[in-house]
Design a protein around this ligand. Structure first.
Ligand code: ADP
Ligand code: MG
Length: 307
């Protein structure tokens, strides 16, 4: 069995909402010198609200675009999805007694981009693609459509922006705001103190990534943005190859490969627990982020006790 100090550290961490799966994590955690921090749902609460809806196209069909997007989002686990569904449900309201969303076929998640599928409109189906700017590349949008969306993004630099494309045409832009966790900045400061250089890994766009970086006290220039799950994994691999043992803190949904590759992979949030049980070394079910650096300190101490 593990030495007593290690066992005690694991038990103490658990009472603080940090579940350590293997005893060697207690030894590894104090060795980390870099930290990859996911943005959405990790540094932020992931509880989005739809702030702005901008129509890019005027036709009678417009009123339903939000419903088409929501029909797809019903099938997505991304934090953005819940906000879009509840906004659309609000639009449907009590006027429509069924409050139902249209039927979806061929739903697919496109990593680092968004979600797509066919959604029923009366007796036929339309192709709907919801996601970030990359959706426009995926459908070969015209330069005019790209320019419209870029302009929209620049109007809301602090928000996460989403494009809704129907039959390859940009129909709707959404600006969603997320909330940065209260003690995210404090955690970042503590990580620096511990000699564990934090950096942001996000699938979101440059502007919103850098806004969050600045808000939590990380140099916006070391914010890695528009990352696909594979990119997060590669970056962790690079850090490790440079001889920098790293921790990766993520929500465990799009980060599972990076979590598995890190010296210590930490999944945050109760929702992540099932998946994280397979890929992460630790699961954090508290939203008090400061407990992570506290845990690193405690593990350092436990290791000293054993020497
Ligand atoms: P993050 O690293 O910020 O947690 P993800 O890797 O989970 O981001 O997602 C990458 C990006 O893909 C998101 O920032 C968003 O722009 C887009 N995206 C993913 N899923 C959805 C969805 N269900 N609806 C709209 N956009 C999505
Ligand atoms: Mg995420």
């Amino acid at each position: 069995g593990a030495p007593l100090a290690t066992t005690c550290a694991i038990a103490a961490a658990a009472t603080k909402g940090l579940f350590i799966k293997r005893p060697d994590t207690v030894e590894l955690l104090p060795t980390v010198v870099a930290a990859g921090l996911d943005k959405t749902g990790t540094l932020t609460t992931g509880e989005f609200g739809v702030r702005v809806q901008e129509k890019f196209c005027n036709s009678s069909f417009n009123a339903d675009v939000m419903k088409l997007a929501a029909a797809l989002e019903m099938k997505s686990a991304h934090p953005i999805a819940a906000a879009i569904v509840s906004e659309a449900m609000g639009c449907i309201g009590e006027a429509n007694e069924h409050g139902e969303l249209p039927e979806v076929k061929g739903f697919r998640v496109v990593d680092g981009v968004g979600i797509k599928g066919r959604v029923r409109v009366e007796s036929s189906f339309v192709h709907v693609f919801v996601g970030n700017k990359r959706v426009l590349d995926a459908v070969n949008a015209t330069p005019v459509q790209h320019a419209k969306f870029t302009n929209f993004q620049q109007q809301y630099p602090n928000d996460t922006t989403v494009a809704v494309v129907v039959n390859k045409e940009l129909r709707l832009g959404l600006a969603l705001n997320d909330t940065i966790r209260e003690d995210a900045a404090q955690m970042v400061e503590e990580l620096y103190d511990l000699g564990c250089d934090p950096r942001i890994f996000t699938g979101d766009a440059e502007l919103s990534g850098k806004t969050v970086a600045a808000a939590v006290g990380i140099d916006p220039d070391i914010c890695h943005f528009s990352m696909k799950p594979e990119d997060k994994y590669q970056l962790i691999r690079e850090l490790e190859a440079e001889g920098k043992p790293s921790l990766m803190l993520g929500d465990g949904i799009n980060d599972s490969k990076a979590l598995a590759a890190a010296t210590v992979g930490i999944a945050m949030g109760e929702r992540s627990a099932a998946l994280a049980a397979k890929t992460a070394d630790m699961v954090m079910i508290t939203n008090k982020m400061i407990r992570l650096p506290q845990c690193i300190r405690m593990c350092r101490f436990a290791i000293l006790m054993e020497k």
